[in-house]
Design a protein around this ligand. Structure first.
Ligand SMILES: [Ca+2]
Ligand SMILES: [Ca+2]
Ligand SMILES: [Ca+2]
Length: 626
């Protein structure tokens, strides 16, 4: 099973051996079709990469966020516009009147003012993912999405749903927050100045640009709050966000990415010296979004991490990359056990920048420069200054559509395996719209098996029948006794799992009592693509033998008589005596009865349970006369 990821502004330093020439790959910023490949000589390629190696980072791959464009227009939540674009203007048209918001709510639409600008979520087969249909069933309740990216700018769209994350960016210059790895995954900004990019020093060859707020944009697509009368709506607005920082100024390194990825899924990071203070992740994600990548093969540490996560049923969603090449040459899009996502535009055509090919599993909206995907950013050009919205385009934007949709699915069904879930997803993709572009998504094996259809997928998930359990199981069995039972799921016999091996044994369809107690069996069928799972517990009381308590008592006593009761018991349990008529008689702990007054003396004898024997009791009556 593979996942698709897209990578955009990538700075990749290829080659792990000193003998290989190193090159820097610089994606075109703002140009869709013609990513420029900029090769520099060996000395120039040092800088960022060499510094990483000097710090003991063996793998010199650098990863960059997979966003094609800087946000061109920023509108803060307070209403002021910050148009960063010289070449085009984007007009946002939020819902204006409160009345229309009410009307929209009745139609099942969220009241977020920019909802109507979210073409990517609309009910428009092959273009929008039909989010409202998916929302009929769930909104990501209980699911955790890790966004491994540039960090997060906390804002109201994520209020109450940001889990404690971590910042794995080791290099202090890249990190831009004053230190190496730390427990604060907030995004301090990743701007690179012209001076830095042309300095001949550390950031030589990087793209000079304002801060991207890439991680915040990606997170907003996946899970921004819905119906909070602010901004946009995310796809899984009740899922929780685990922000894990692996990218900073000019991108990031494979080593940091591997540790960020491992930690996000609850695995131990590898880079021990750097991880002395890294706490255990108490909220492992069930879905990890990687909107990043670089040219090259999938590194073994990266593949191992993904394989381990996959073994834990964690889904790794990866952007296919924005170089308009086969995703085979782009990593981690080309890693195994990932779900790699290509990007389409607002007409359902393959986005011209999107990577493609056999490594792509499916496509989702990524937008283009004229019609990007609207999401949360910060209005700061360098440091964070306040919440804002901006459009961006890229396979980075496509991947979180899939991550958010999978969070809705995982929120609805915890027991389904990744394999079964992805097979259901694959069976409920929308067909691609006929593409007019060259090498469009309707070209076989170009953009994966189809276009993400959250509505159809989640509806199919919820429409599966629930397995039916039919069982005949006795409620009680005696020690040493064997009793037949039958349990069938959907007409097929199944054997239960046994939790109390000292109390009972199961041989075939027979349960055998071993010792007094509660015998606990369970049938636990995980969900599949065809049916919802079911689980049922069976409790059988295993009873012991009769203790065989008998008592020899006198037929009558006179006041003042003292007579021992002669009790015998097979079980060996402890005997206790109690007078029920203390005015008529009393009884000592050894069973000696003393007659006190006329009447009927009643003594209760209890025997405690012992070994395979049950407890027991007996009442004797003795007439007391003068
Ligand atoms: Ca730091
Ligand atoms: Ca930090
Ligand atoms: Ca909102």
């Amino acid at each position: 099973m593979r996942f698709v990821a897209a990578l955009v502004a990538a700075i990749l330093v290829g080659g792990t051996a000193a003998l290989l020439p190193r090159s820097l790959y610089t994606p075109a910023n703002g140009e869709i079709d013609n990513a420029s490949v900029h090769r520099v000589n060996e000395d120039d390629a040092l800088n960022f990469n060499a510094a990483a190696e000097a710090e003991g980072q063996g793998q010199p791959y650098l990863f960059s966020p997979s966003r094609q464009f800087e946000p061109r227009l920023v509108r803060s939540e307070l209403g002021d516009y910050h148009d960063r674009s010289d070449d085009f203007t984007l007009t946002l048209a939020p819902l204006a009147a409160a009345g229309s918001v009410r009307g929209a709510e009745r139609a099942g639409e969220p009241n977020d003012p920019y909802w109507i600008n979210q073409w990517n979520l609309a009910t428009n087969p092959g273009v929008g993912i039909d989010l409202l249909e998916a929302w009929r069933w769930g909104r990501g309740e209980g699911a955790v999405i890790a966004v491994v990216d540039t960090g997060i700018v906390p804002q109201s769209e994520f209020r109450g749903r940001i889990l404690p994350g971590y910042d794995f960016v080791s290099n202090v210059l890249v990190a831009n927050d004053g230190d190496g790895r730390d427990a604060d995954p907030r995004d301090p900004g990743d701007w690179v100045t012209e001076t830095e990019a042309e300095s001949g020093k550390f950031f030589e060859g990087c793209d000079a640009d304002e801060s991207s707020w890439h991680g915040t944009h990606v997170a907003g697509i996946a899970l921004a709050a819905a119906n909070n009368e602010r901004g946009i709506t995310g796809i899984a607005p009740r899922a929780k966000l685990l922000p894990v920082r692996a990218l900073g100024k000019c991108g990031g390194t494979e080593r940091d990415l591997v540790d960020a990825l491992r930690w996000a899924g609850g695995l131990q990071p590898l880079d021990a010296p750097r991880n002395r203070n890294v706490p255990r992740n108490r909220n492992p994600a069930s879905i990890i979004n990687l909107s990043l990548g670089g040219l090259g093969q999938c590194g073994s540490a990266l593949q191992n991490a993904i394989d381990e996560l996959s073994a834990r049923e964690i889904l790794v969603v990866v952007a296919a990359g924005n170089d308009a090449i086969s995703a085979e040459g782009f990593t981690p899009a080309n890693c195994e056990n990932t779900l790699t996502v290509a990007a389409t535009d607002n007409a359902g055509q393959r986005a011209p920048y999107s990577n493609y090919g056999a490594y792509v599993q499916l496509s989702a909206p990524g937008g283009t420069s004229g019609a990007g995907v609207l999401s949360t950013i910060d209005r700061g050009r360098k440091r964070p200054k306040g919440a804002a919205l901006g459009r961006a385009a890229g396979t980075s934007m496509a991947a979180p559509h899939v991550a958010g949709t999978l969070a809705i699915a995982r929120g609805l069904d915890r027991s389904i395996s990744s394999l079964e879930l992805l097979s259901l997803l694959r069976d409920h993709l929308a067909p691609f719209t006929p593409n007019s572009v060259e090498y469009g998504c309707d070209t076989p094996e170009f953009c994966g098996a189809g276009f993400l259809d959250a509505g159809a997928f989640i509806t199919a998930l919820q429409s599966r029948p629930t397995a039916i359990i039919e069982a005949t199981v006795l409620e009680q069995v005696q020690v040493d006794e064997s009793v037949e039972f039958s349990i069938a799921v959907d007409g097929e016999a199944v054997l239960p799992e046994l939790f109390t091996p000292t109390v009972c044994a199961v041989e075939g369809t027979t349960v055998i009592g071993l010792a007094r107690g509660i015998c606990k069996m369970e049938v636990n069928l995980p969900s599949t693509a065809q049916r919802k799972g079911v689980s049922q517990q069976f409790l059988i009381r295993v009873t012991g033998f009769d203790p065989s308590l008998s008592v020899l008592a006198p037929g009558g006593m006179r006041i003042g008589d003292k007579v021992p009761l002669s009790a015998t018991v097979d079980s060996g349990g402890t005997l206790t005596y109690k007078s029920r008529t203390p005015r008529v008689c009393k009884v000592g702990s050894a069973g000696r009865v003393t007659a006190l007054s006329r009447g009927t003396c009643r003594v209760r004898i209890n025997v405690s349970a012992n070994g395979d024997y049950e407890e027991g009791k007996l009442v004797v009556s003795i007439t007391v006369t003068r």
